[in-house]
Design a protein around this ligand. Structure first.
Ligand SMILES: [Zn+2]
Length: 259
């Protein structure tokens, strides 16, 4: 396997092609002995997830592509995965490479119905979030959950992290990503108080218009749930590299803590 810095990059016309993305994941799944499963098929587009064959421990949950106009997130997750075949073989991973392929193709935040998926993860009758919820709720809660996003208004990378009884991961993962993109140092990000790029959530927020993926993962019992955001206006390659570095750091730290 080539080191991650030498992996071929997505050509820009491919960045919004979910089939090109999934072709790479399928190849990787074979190498990593993972199963590729269909979560659901919607409007002619299959939505896939990958799962390790050995499920002896709580999984690492990784997801990207909930918002289709945030293309560096799914490609960054793939870039990390292609450099981590052995790690993928040896541990339990549950990976959703692109939950909104229609949005990725159309370069829009919303899905094919014009809805923001990230306000619907609690809805068990939703044709996508329902099957997603059933996959998650029928397994041991993940030991770590990473939800990868981008933000057009960001001045750098930042992270939402839930407080828990485990040591926080956000700061060290942001530092790892800062090799590629600076941290957003504003004291208020997305209307919330932030410190050094970290928006700490002490409890599940009330009065949301609908529940995001990270909140539902937390409700399902995942002790470490982080949402990583890169600034959409920065160069694509740097955003891809920042996502890969963030995932690498979070997984490595969590593995180190469990040994
Ligand atoms: Zn997003």
């Amino acid at each position: 396997m080539l080191p991650s810095s030498m992996q071929p990059l997505p050509m820009l016309p491919q960045a919004h092609d979910p089939h090109a993305l999934m072709a790479r994941w399928r190849r990787l799944a074979k190498l990593a002995h993972m199963k590729v499963k269909v979560l659901v098929e919607l409007e002619g587009e299959k939505i896939f997830y990958l799962e390790s064959q050995s499920k002896s421990s709580a999984p690492f949950y990784l997801s990207a592509g909930v918002h289709g106009d945030e293309a560096a997130a799914p490609w960054g997750l793939l870039r990390w995965g292609e450099a981590q075949v052995q790690l993928l073989r040896e541990n339990h991973f549950l990976i959703f490479p692109c939950l909104n392929p229609h949005g990725l193709r159309a370069n829009t935040r919303l899905d094919h119905r014009g809805l923001d998926l990230n306000r619907r993860f609690h809805l068990q009758d939703d044709p996508l979030c329902g099957p997603w919820y059933r996959v998650l709720s029928s397994r041991v809660p993940p030991t770590l959950a990473l939800c990868l996003h981008e933000d057009y208004d960001a001045a750098g990378s930042y992270v939402y992290e839930f407080e828990s009884d485990r040591a926080p991961l956000g700061a060290s993962c942001l530092q790892a990503a800062a090799v590629h993109l600076p941290v957003d140092l504003r004291s208020k990000i997305d209307g919330r108080r932030a410190k050094q790029g970290i928006i700490l959530r002490s409890r599940i927020p009330q009065q949301l218009p609908g529940l995001p993926e990270a909140v539902v993962l937390r409700q399902l019992g995942c002790p470490r749930t982080l949402t990583f955001e890169t600034p959409s206006e920065c160069a694509f390659i740097h955003r891809v590299q920042a996502h890969a570095a963030f995932v690498h750091s979070a997984v490595e730290r969590t593995l180190a803590d469990s040994h």
